[in-house]
Design a protein around this ligand. Structure first.
Ligand code: NAD
Length: 283
């Protein structure tokens, strides 16, 4: 059995199943996702294009609403409010980063939890902590789905996460605790990072530092999940020195083709979850 955890393949399975579920819907209305973009960030353009393409492939209506980068906070909130109230819309993404004059936290918290496909709203994150959420941020959800797909059990496992961000490390920590894993969440101030990592059953790196995880961080029974998305000399790579680490560990995700495709697949899953909740409530 291959030690490479192929995220592209897993995402394809999820997308095909989702496409079939959408095809078989008895109600006429299709799930609909709106993406708000402020300004013209080049990386955002690419991410948004990929998200809209993925929507199209599974039968979700994806729509981009683009605003000038000088839009003021209150006008943006008015636009969000309209979408929050629109019963024919199931999900809303406000593409980050936002221009510096707009507070990202205020905006993500202004998105109704019932449309929060990104799972960045404080209420969504609180519910995740309480193990009472229907929605999970797409990247952590994608990681859990990859592990499940490979039959890698989490109960009682030592999991080390490098990174404590609000979109990856923190929600993932809570999601893993809720699966009965023992979790250590590291940050730039963590002492003896290498030694902590080396003892893990599962090591998840979400630091955004190319070549951080070397053969000295791993053991032969370990599963390594590389969340990092870095560009070095124009080349896309993760946080893990893949060539040396993959020779030692039991399972590993590549970059590209690991966590990345799962993130988009899980955004689509979240849109469909919120769609189903809405349709059930309307009955
Ligand atoms: P972030 O910059 O918000 O957080 C990085 C975290 O890593 C911080 O908590 C920091 O303390 C920690 N960290 C950084 N260097 C470290 C070190 N040397 N030792 C210990 N801890 C260290 O980043 P983020 O938004 O969580 O994203 C992390 C990485 O994952 C980035 O490369 C990002 O592009 C990538 N990412 C990929 C996907 C995907 O779909 N593939 C999704 C989200 C994020």
């Amino acid at each position: 059995m291959s030690k490479i955890i192929n995220g592209k393949e897993c995402a394809q399975i999820l997308n095909t199943n989702l496409k079939n579920s959408i095809k078989q819907l008895k109600v006429k209305r299709k799930p609909k996702l709106i993406i708000i973009q402020i300004g013209n960030n080049l990386a955002s353009n690419k991410y948004i294009k990929n998200k809209l393409k993925a929507c199209d492939e599974v039968g979700i209506i994806g729509e981009l609403k683009k605003f000038d980068e000088n839009i003021d906070k209150n006008s943006l909130k008015l636009e969000i409010e309209k979408i929050n109230k629109n019963l024919s819309i199931d999900g809303l993404i406000v593409q980050l980063p936002l221009p510096s004059h707009i507070d990202e936290k205020e905006i993500t918290n202004f998105i109704s939890p019932s449309k929060d496909v990104d799972g960045f709203n404080a209420l969504t994150l609180g519910n995740i902590m309480l193990n009472n959420s229907k929605i999970y941020p797409a990247t952590p959800l994608g990681i859990l789905k990859l592990l499940e797909w490979k039959d890698i059990d989490l109960s009682g496992k030592n999991v080390v996460i490098i990174g404590r961000s609000n979109i990856v490390g923190k929600p993932l920590t809570n999601m893993l605790i809720n699966k009965s894993a023992t979790v250590t969440t590291c940050n730039t101030k963590t002492k003896n990072l290498k030694d902590i990592c080396k003892k893990a059953d599962i090591l998840i790196s979400a630091a955004g530092r190319a070549n951080l995880v070397t053969k000295k961080f791993v053991n032969k029974n370990m599963t390594v999940i590389d969340v990092g998305a870095n560009f070095v000399n124009g080349k896309y790579c993760g946080d893990v020195k893949f060539n040396e680490v993959s020779k030692i560990v039991k399972y590993i995700t590549p970059v590209p083709g690991g966590v990345g495709p799962m993130t988009i697949a899980c955004l689509l899953q979240n849109t469909f979850t919120l769609y189903k909740i809405k349709e059930t409530n309307l009955k």
